[in-house]
Ligand binder design. Structure first.
Ligand SMILES: [Zn+2]
Length: 95
């Protein structure tokens, strides 16, 4: 089995999250029961919520990994390079 690249994993994780959302759309609490007529919480909903949380967390880690810029000896350039890193990280965390 070959390893996925970061981009391939991110795409895979997004598809897993979308699949979980699609399944969860058919489940939900209606009194003591789920919309699928099982007792709430139904095992399908529990499994999908766990799967969704797993991939959301992994995707956040994957997307927070950014390519670091070259840091040069000059002080001004070093400050601006780190500012770019912080800006990229802030963007990754917000998205
Ligand atoms: Zn259900």
């Amino acid at each position: 089995m070959r390893a996925l690249s970061a981009e391939q994993f991110a795409e895979y994780a997004r598809r897993q999250i979308a699949a979980a959302d699609g399944i969860l759309a058919r489940h939900g609490r209606t009194g003591a029961l789920c919309r699928c007529a099982r007792q709430w919480p139904c095992p399908v909903a529990v499994t999908c919520v766990k799967m969704r949380e797993h991939y959301v967390a992994r995707l956040a880690l994957a997307e927070a990994t950014v390519r670091l810029p070259m840091v040069h000896a000059g002080r001004k350039r070093r400050v601006s390079a780190w500012r770019r890193v912080l800006t990229a990280l802030e963007r990754a965390v917000r998205s």
